[in-house]
Design a binder for this molecule. Structure first.
Ligand SMILES: *Cc1c(COP(=O)(O)O)cnc(C)c1O
Length: 462
C-alpha cells in the first residue's frame, strides 16, 4: 500500500471507530512506533554508552558507516547486540513547541530560573522558557557543527553560578538542520554540574550520534512533526522521556493535570497538549516511510556536496565526521564567501519584503523596514531572490536568538571569530550572514539538484 494509502487507512479507522479525540488507538500506536524507532541502535552504538562519563573516544572510525549512503542500514550483529537495549517512553503531543514546554516543566524549570539555550535555533527552542517566566541564557555555536559550543557552555554555567549563586535549571542543545551536536562533550559538561539536558531534536528526527538516536542522550528529547519537518502529522510533536515515572508526569501535564476523581479535581496547572487520534493516524503512516525519507535527505546531501566541491566561493556545510555520519540532513545548507559576486546584489534589500519568505502561513505583517541591524550579506539575499525567480525556494539560515529584538535583554555567551574574512562578535552571527538553506525534501529529485546547482552557478558573476 502506498504511503497516502496507509495514512488514509489509519485516519479512516479513527473515524470508523469513533476515536476523533486526543487519545485513542492511533495515538498509542504512533507512540509505540516512535518508541521502537528511537530505541533502536545502529553500528557504532557501542561507543555511545561512553556518553555522560567514561571517555571511549576513538573506537568508531568515520569509515564504519561513511561508505554506506543508506542512513537506515541497520547493523544488528556484534556491537549493537552486546549492549542492553535502550529504554525510553514517548508522549505524542500537539506540537514540537509543546514538547519543549513540557520538557522544561519536567526538568523543574520555574519562574525566575535560568535555562541555557543554543542561540542558533528557531524560536521554539527558547520561547517556552519565556512562557514559564524563566529566562533564556544563550550560548553560541562551534564553527564545525553550528551547534552549541561545549566549552562556552561550561563558561556560561560557571559565570551564571558566579553571578546569580544558582546553576541554570536545564540545558537545551539543538540539532540545527538535523546535524548532531557534540553529544559526548555536551553531556559531560551537563553531568559535571548535574544539570538536566532537554535535547531539541525537532529538526533532527532520526539523526544519530555514534549510532544512537538524538533525543535519547539527555533527560528529555523534543521532536516535531510539523508540516516541514522530516516526518509530519500535519502538526504535532513528541517528548522522549527517560522512564515511566517521567512519562506519567508529562502525560498529566499534557492533559490538564486531572486527578483521578469522578469529578474534575485540579491540583496543578496543566495544558491541552495531547496529539489527536487523527494526526497520530497520519504519523503511523509516516513512520513506515521515515527511514526512506532520511536516506533520501542524505542522498541529496551527497549530491550537493559533490556538486559544490568545484564551485569556488560556495561551500557545502557537511559538518565534522561524527556529525556527517549521523545527520539526517533535514535541510542542506551552504555558505557563500563574502567576496563572491552575485547578480543583482547591488539591488538586494532595495524592496521591503511582504509576507514570509517561502510563504509561511501566519506572517501577515509587512516588515517595517528593508533592513535590520543583523541580516544576511547582500550576495546571499541576491542569491535567494535569483533562485526564487527560477522557481527554487531557498532561504537564509535562522537568525540567532541573541540577535532577536525580543531577546536583546537575555544574557548571551559568544565566541568572537573571523570565519569568513570579517571579524564577527559570534560564530552564529558570522554563519547567519553567509548561510543559505537549499531544497532538501522528499520531492527533490536528482535532476532538481542539478538544476538548483546550475542556477546557483549561473547567478554568480564571472
Ligand atoms: C520546528 C521546531 C520546533 C517546534 O516544532 P513545532 O512542531 O513547529 O512546534 C522546535 N525547535 C526547533 C529547532 C524547530 O525547528
Amino acid at each position: 500500500m502506498s504511503e497516502e494509502g496507509l495514512e488514509q487507512k489509519y485516519v479512516k479507522e479513527a473515524f470508523d471507530t469513533n476515536w476523533v479525540v486526543p487519545l485513542g488507538p492511533n495515538v498509542n500506536g504512533f507512540e509505540d512506533d516512535l518508541k521502537a524507532f528511537v530505541c533502536e541502535r545502529q553500528a557504532g552504538a557501542a561507543v555511545a554508552q561512553g556518553v555522560a562519563g567514561s571517555a571511549s573516544a576513538g573506537s568508531v572510525q568515520a569509515g564504519d558507516t561513511a561508505g554506506s549512503a543508506d542512513a537506515s542500514a541497520v547493523v544488528s550483529a556484534g556491537a549493537a547486540g552486546q549492549q542492553a537495549p535502550l529504554e525510553r517512553e514517548v508522549v505524542a503531543l500537539s506540537a514540537g513547541t509543546a514538547a519543549v514546554h513540557l520538557g522544561l516543566i519536567a526538568c523543574g524549570v520555574q519562574a525566575g530560573d535560568e535555562v541555557i539555550v543554543q542561540s542558533f535555533t528557531f524560536c521554539a527552542s527558547s520561547h517556552p522558557v519565556t512562557y514559564l517566566g524563566a529566562k533564556p541564557v544563550f550560548v553560541d555555536s562551534e564553527p564545525d557543527t553550528w551547534n552549541m559550543d561545549p566549552e562556552l557552555l561550561e563558561e556560561a554555567i560557571e559565570d551564571r553560578i558566579a553571578r546569580t549563586g544558582r546553576a541554570p535549571k536545564a540545558i537545551v542543545p539543538v540539532a540545527l538542520y538535523g546535524m548532531p551536536y557534540d553529544c559526548e562533550r555536551i553531556m559531560a559538561v551537563a553531568d559535571k554540574y548535574g544539570i538536566p539536558v532537554l535535547e531539541d531534536a525537532a529538526e533532527g528526527f532520526g539523526s544519530r550520534y555514534k549510532g544512537q538516536v538524538l533525543g535519547t542522550f539527555g533527560r528529555f528529547g523534543a521532536l516535531s512533526f510539523n508540516g516541514n519537518k522530516m516526518i509530519t502529522t500535519s502538526g504535532g510533536g513528541a517528548l522522549i522521556c527517560p522512564d515511566r515515572e517521567a512519562w506519567q508526569t508529562v502525560m498529566m501535564y499534557a492533559t490538564q493535570y486531572r486527578e483521578s476523581y469522578p469529578y474534575y479535581q485540579n491540583e496543578h496547572i496543566g495544558y491541552n497538549y495531547r496529539m489527536s487520534n487523527i494526526c497520530a493516524g497520519i504519523g503511523r503512516g509516516q513512520m513506515t516511510v521515515a527511514p526512506a525519507h532520511i536516506a533520501h535527505h542524505r542522498h541529496i546531501a551527497e549530491l550537493y556536496e559533490a556538486a559544490f566541491a568545484s564551485v569556488p566561493g560556495v561551500t557545502f556545510h557537511k559538518g565534522p565526521d561524527f556529525a556527517a555520519e549521523g545527520s539526517n540532513y533535514w535541510l542542506n545548507t551552504i555558505t557563500l564567501d563574502p567576496s563572491l559576486r552575485v547578480k543583482g546584489q547591488d539591488k538586494a534589500y532595495a524592496q521591503i519584503v511582504t509576507g514570509a519568505v517561502g510563504g509561511a502561513a501566519g506572517v501577515i505583517h509587512a516588515a517595517s523596514s528593508a533592513h535590520t541591524d543583523c541580516e544576511p550579506n547582500a550576495n546571499v539575499e541576491a542569491m535567494r531572490v535569483g533562485l526564487d525567480a527560477a522557481g527554487i525556494e531557498a532561504r537564509p539560515v535562522w537568525k540567532p536568538m541573541h540577535k532577536q529584538p525580543v531577546y536583546l535583554d537575555a544574557p548571551s555567551y559568544l565566541r568572537p571569530c573571523n570565519l569568513f574574512g570579517t571579524p564577527e562578535a559570534s560564530v552564529s552571527e558570522a554563519v547567519f550572514k553567509v548561510g543559505m538553506c537549499l531544497p532538501s525534501g522528499p520531492m527533490v529529485t536528482d535532476e532538481d539538484v542539478a538544476y538548483i546547482v546550475e542556477t546557483i552557478k549561473s547567478l554568480i558573476e564571472a
